[in-house]
Design a protein around this ligand. Structure first.
Ligand code: E4P
Length: 219
């Protein structure tokens, strides 16, 4: 399973990269705004900075909603760095743009996916990644993990190569459940990945090992 982090925060990205388990980064316009990154030049510079830190795919989202706007923006983003994946919303012109990018060899991430039918369309258009939002479905009392399972099954049935990127992962159980059912990738905050480290028996066991070693050394 690939681990992406969903952030535009450079310190978090550096920390995850330094852990040695980071496979990529996803961003969205809200995450860029949260870091105070606004204006086209600043946004482009920030994406480049992210690409310089991460050894892996970096999803950069288009802001346009028409085919022409998405193509123009996506082509500029793709030129920034070979690791850029153009993130395109799940709308009619978005599907058309994904098809266009696929034919030009530009990789894409179809975002804001909330149903299996939408995921099927993204795969047919040739998206590199499809991003169903697990947490946001759970927020409205719908089983987000069940959607991931449904999409994994459908893609396997037909051999689609689009990778299932479980997005909006909010806690370690989401991550583990998505891994159990075969999601190719997860993305969420760094805190979710770091939460995988925690187990009280690990802490108790380590403290005991160190204490026993200390006792033996002073005998
Ligand atoms: C996916 O690429 C999105 O950026 C993201 O995972 C959304 O997560 P949220 O629902 O926690 O905002």
């Amino acid at each position: 399973m690939k681990f992406f982090i969903d952030t535009a925060n450079l310190a978090d990205i550096r920390e995850a990269q330094d852990m040695g388990i980071l496979d990529g980064v996803t961003t969205n316009p809200s995450l860029m705004a949260k870091e105070g990154i606004t204006g086209k030049d600043n946004v482009m510079r920030h994406y480049k900075q992210i690409c310089d830190i991460v050894e892996g795919d970096v999803s950069a989202e288009v802001l346009g909603t028409t085919f022409d706007e998405m193509v123009r923006e996506g082509e500029e983003l793709a030129e920034l760095d070979e690791n850029i994946v153009v993130k395109v919303p799940m709308i009619k012109d978005g599907i058309k743009a994904i098809k266009y990018f696929t034919e030009k060899g530009i990789r894409t991430n179809c975002t804001l996916v909330f149903s299996a039918g939408q995921a099927l369309l993204a795969a047919k258009a040739g998206a590199t990644y499809v991003s169903p939002f697990v947490g946001r479905l759970d927020d409205i009392s719908t089983d987000g993990v069940a959607l991931i399972e449904q999409i994994v099954t459908i893609y396997r049935n037909y051999g689609y190569t689009t990778e299932v990127l479980a997005a909006s992962v909010r806690h370690p159980m989401h991550l583990v459940q998505c891994a159990e059912i075969g999601a190719d990738v997860m993305t969420g905050p760094l805190s979710v990945i770091k939460a995988l480290l925690n187990h009280p028996l690990t802490d108790i066991g380590l403290a005991k090992f160190l204490e026993d070693n200390k006792k033996a050394a002073t005998k």
